[in-house]
Every structure is written in structure tokens, then in C-alpha cells.
Write a protein that binds this ligand. Structure first.
Ligand code: HEC
Length: 132
């Protein structure tokens, strides 16, 4: 009888733990939505250039870093994040993609891209930030 009571108590303990971690998790989910700047993660993942050839390049190279919400990387369509970058001018941005900059490998992992394709990809990712 004594054993049964202790078992019941520890079962209740585990249950309470489970319930409070579920509450904690849902609280975190809410604040993450509010903190997100630019496109939401779901729409970010479905963003792609309208040109099918560019879309394919984007899909297999740039998107791994610029379309998955990775922190500290300017994400596609996030105009605020792109503004300070766009201010350097397209020529500098293009050079930095070709030679690599910071955490970005040379050519942004598209070894067979030509400069026009890079320019179009930058235009797609930075969007309105470049036209301001
Ligand atoms: C392996 C991850 C990775 C891939 C793949 C990648 N990038 Fe980047 N990119 C980065 C990171 C990290 C930065 C920020 C570099 C920094 O300023 O420190 C960046 C920055 C940039 C910038 C801004 C450069 C500047 O001077 O501020 C441009 C433009 C850019 N990427 C274009 C591209 C294009 C186009 C592709 C695809 C062809 C691509 N990237 C693929 C990681 C990546």
C-alpha cells in the first residue's frame, strides 16, 4: 500500500512537469512570432525568383542561407536588413558575392553562375532596399 502511494505521487509529479513544459513552449512560440522582422518563416521558405532558371539556382545555393531564417544573414525580402547592404551599391555587393564576404563563401555556392545571374539574385533578395 505504501509503495502504491509513492508511485502515484511520482506519476503526478511527472504529469505536472509535462503540463508546465507545454505551457512554457506555447509561451515561447507566441513571442517568436512578434520578434520576427521581414517575411515570416513560412512565407520566406516559399519565396523564389519568378524566372524558373534563377529560381532553380536560388533553390540550390542562396536559399540555404538567405531563405531559411538563419540569424545574422540578410534574408530574402527583409528590406530593413538589406538597406545597409544596398547602400554599398550593386557593384560592391556583386564583388562581395563573387569573392565571398564574412560568413558567405565565394560565389555564394553557385560555382557556375555568371555576374548577370548574381545581380538578378541580389535584386530579388534585396528587393525595394536597392531602389531606395
Ligand atoms: C553558406 C551560406 C550562404 C550562401 C549559400 C549564400 N550566402 Fe550570401 N551571405 C551569407 C552571409 C553569412 C552573409 C553576411 C556576410 C557578412 O556581412 O558578414 C551574406 C551576405 C550576402 C550579401 C551582402 C554582401 C554585403 O556586401 O553586404 C549578398 C549580396 C549575398 N549574400 C548574396 C548571395 C547570393 C546571390 C547567393 C547565392 C548565389 C548567396 N548570397 C549565397 C551567407 C550565404
Amino acid at each position: 500500500m505504501k509503495n502504491r502511494n509513492t508511485n502515484l505521487r511520482s506519476t503526478m509529479g511527472i504529469l505536472m512537469l509535462a503540463i508546465s513544459s507545454v505551457l512554457l513552449l506555447s509561451a515561447c512560440g507566441g513571442s517568436e512570432d512578434k520578434a520576427a522582422a521581414g517575411p515570416s518563416k513560412a512565407s520566406l521558405r516559399s519565396l523564389a525568383p519568378s524566372d524558373p532558371q534563377l529560381a532553380a539556382i536560388y533553390q540550390r545555393s542562396c536559399k540555404a542561407c538567405h531563405g531559411t531564417g538563419a540569424p545574422a544573414i540578410p534574408q530574402s525580402g527583409d528590406v530593413e536588413a538589406w538597406k545597409p547592404r544596398a547602400a554599398k551599391g550593386m557593384d560592391t555587393l556583386l564583388d562581395n558575392v563573387i569573392n565571398g564576404v564574412g560568413g558567405m563563401p565565394p560565389l555564394g555556392m553557385c560555382m557556375d553562375c555568371d555576374p548577370e545571374q548574381f545581380e538578378a539574385l541580389i535584386q530579388f533578395m534585396a528587393g525595394d532596399a536597392l531602389s531606395e
